[in-house]
Structure formats: structure tokens, C-alpha cells
Design a protein around this ligand. Structure first.
Ligand SMILES: Nc1ncnc2c1ncn2[C@@H]1O[C@H](COP(=O)(O)OP(=O)(O)O)[C@@H](O)[C@H]1O
Ligand SMILES: [Mg+2]
Length: 267
């Protein structure tokens, strides 16, 4: 796959417009103690694109999300965001450059109300003077959270918790939003809603890096795919040229089982 083709696909048009690189991950290695998780990962996210980062369980997807957002240090390689070298930069500084990360798992405080969750997140990311305006914006973006502002985070439905997790990182429209397995464990209809929300966020100018273990919805949203296997990139290119590769290595998931050779392929 030539990089020219990738750029054309990412920009969604012909050769005339080539989108600039927003995120450049170059030969990145990372470890947890003695255990090496990434072995020289390289890929690019283009301005305006939605890139799906796919790979089976344990491939290193969450580690990539964490090194890009500054939560896990790289042991070698380089990460550039918006033209700026962010390798080794603390997470809060990277966030203020416009990189939002909705991490894997529960990022909602169960014993705090919706309102308290949002206040805490906005106070941290924006400072206390900006909290009121950010709350207004979050409640108009997610009306259901306004209705449920006094409810404890832990008693929200799975879908509402994901919306709250998104609202917490979207205070300022970011240049890049990384979402890690946001639809995991959700009923298909609720997962659809979450993905509709991501499409809306993208339409307002935020680029997306969508981390998923299943290929279904992520590929409907994305124009570019990065396939990760055992801490290395095994494919990078337009969704249109992926062919059946993703389906060969990953479950279809999303409640849309895809039988190959007569076998159910969901993990
Ligand atoms: N906090 C951690 N401590 C030690 N090993 C970890 C930690 N997080 C992930 N790993 C290991 O790193 C590898 C990549 O994990 P991860 O990035 O979570 O993969 P994925 O998100 O693709 O499922 C796995 O082998 C996993 O066991
Ligand atoms: Mg993960």
C-alpha cells in the first residue's frame, strides 16, 4: 500500500486533496516492566479521517492508545501530534494540545452523580472558570445526561455510561478523539447510538482513532484501517482495500455473527 493511496483514502477524495498528517506514530516500542507489548509500531492518522485500530485481544491496541495519550511511556520511537513532538510529554499537556482519550473500561465514577463526574473532569481539564460553560455544552450535546444529572454514575445504563465517558473528554472539541472499545458489552441498538454520536463528533471536525476488537461498526465508520497483531502493524491502508483480511483475523462481533465455513466466528 503506497502512502499516497492511504492519503487519498483518508481525505475521502481524489488525488487533488491530500490531508495533512495529524498523528504520526513512528517505530514505537513500549513495555510493562519486563514484558514488551509494542515492537516498533508505525502508522499515521490523517486530518479529518476516521481510522479504525483493529486487532484481537492482547494485540496491543490499548497500549497504543495509552502511549499516544502519554499514559504509558515509550521505550523507543517517536510520536508527533499536530506537527509537534509529544514523545515523553505528560498526558495533561498532550490533552491540552487537543487530544482526547476515552480509555478502555469504566472511566465513570460510580459513587458520584453525573453532574459531579462532569464537574470534576472539566475542572481538571479546563480549570474551574470554564466549568459552567462546559456543562452547558455537554448537556446540549447529550440531553439524556441533563435529565439524569443527579443520578449516580454507577446506576446509569451501559449506554449512558459510555455517553458520560465521552462527554467528560469532549469539553473542548478535540482535534483527535481516541475511543477504546467504547461499544464493548453494549446491546447492538445502544452501540449503534454510540457510533452515531462518534459520526456526529467527526462531522464537526474532530478526527477519530477508533479502537475495536470487532470489525463491524468500526469499519462502517472508518475510512482507514490499522491492523495490529502481536504488537506490530500488519496492515495500514484504506478500508476499501482491506478485502477480507480483517474478517479472516477478527470476529465480526457487534451482535452480527458472521459464519465462516459454517462456524460462528464471534469471540
Ligand atoms: N498494565 C499492564 N501490565 C502488564 N501487562 C499489560 C498491561 N496492560 C496490557 N498488558 C499486556 O500487553 C499486551 C497488550 O495489551 P493491550 O494493549 O491491552 O491489548 P489490546 O488492547 O489489544 O487487547 C498484552 O499481552 C497484555 O497482557
Ligand atoms: Mg484493549
Amino acid at each position: 500500500m503506497s502512502s499516497e493511496l492511504i492519503e487519498q483514502a483518508a481525505s475521502g477524495v481524489g488525488a487533488a486533496a491530500v490531508a495533512p498528517v495529524l498523528l504520526d506514530v513512528d517505530s514505537v516500542e513500549a513495555s510493562y516492566g519486563p514484558y514488551r507489548a509494542l515492537f516498533g509500531v508505525s502508522f499515521k492518522v490523517f486530518e479529518g479521517s476516521a481510522t479504525a485500530l483493529l486487532g484481537s485481544n492482547g494485540a496491543g491496541k490499548s497500549t497504543v492508545s495509552r502511549v499516544v495519550s502519554g499514559l504509558v511511556p515509550v521505550t523507543s520511537g517517536r510520536i508527533t501530534f499536530g506537527g509537534q513532538d509529544v514523545t515523553g510529554m505528560p498526558a495533561w499537556k498532550i490533552a491540552r494540545l487537543g487530544l482526547a482519550h476515552a480509555p478502555e473500561g469504566r472511566s465513570v465514577f460510580g459513587s458520584l452523580t453525573v453532574l459531579e463526574n462532569l464537574r470534576l473532569a472539566f475542572r481538571r481539564s479546563l480549570g474551574k472558570d470554564a466549568v459552567a460553560a462546559a456543562l452547558d455544552a455537554a448537556f446540549s450535546e447529550f440531553p439524556r445526561l441533563r435529565e439524569r444529572q443527579s443520578q449516580l454514575g454507577g446506576t446509569l445504563s451501559g449506554g449512558e455510561q459510555r455517553m458520560l465517558a465521552l462527554a467528560k473528554v469532549l469539553a473542548v472539541p478535540p482535534r483527535l478523539l481516541i475511543v477504546d472499545e467504547l461499544s464493548l458489552g453494549l446491546a447492538p441498538k445502544i452501540a449503534d447510538e454510540v457510533f452515531e454520536r462518534l459520526a456526529a463528533i467527526r462531522s464537526r471536525g474532530t478526527s477519530l482513532l477508533v479502537v475495536e476488537q470487532h470489525v463491524g461498526r468500526a469499519l462502517e465508520l472508518a475510512d482507514t484501517v490499522v491492523l495490529l497483531a502481536k504488537g506490530l502493524v500488519s496492515y495500514e491502508g484504506p478500508v476499501s482495500e482491506l478485502g477480507d483480511l480483517a474478517h479472516q483475523v477478527l470476529p465480526a462481533g457487534d451482535g452480527r455473527q458472521r459464519g465462516r465455513n459454517g462456524t460462528a466466528s464471534d469471540a
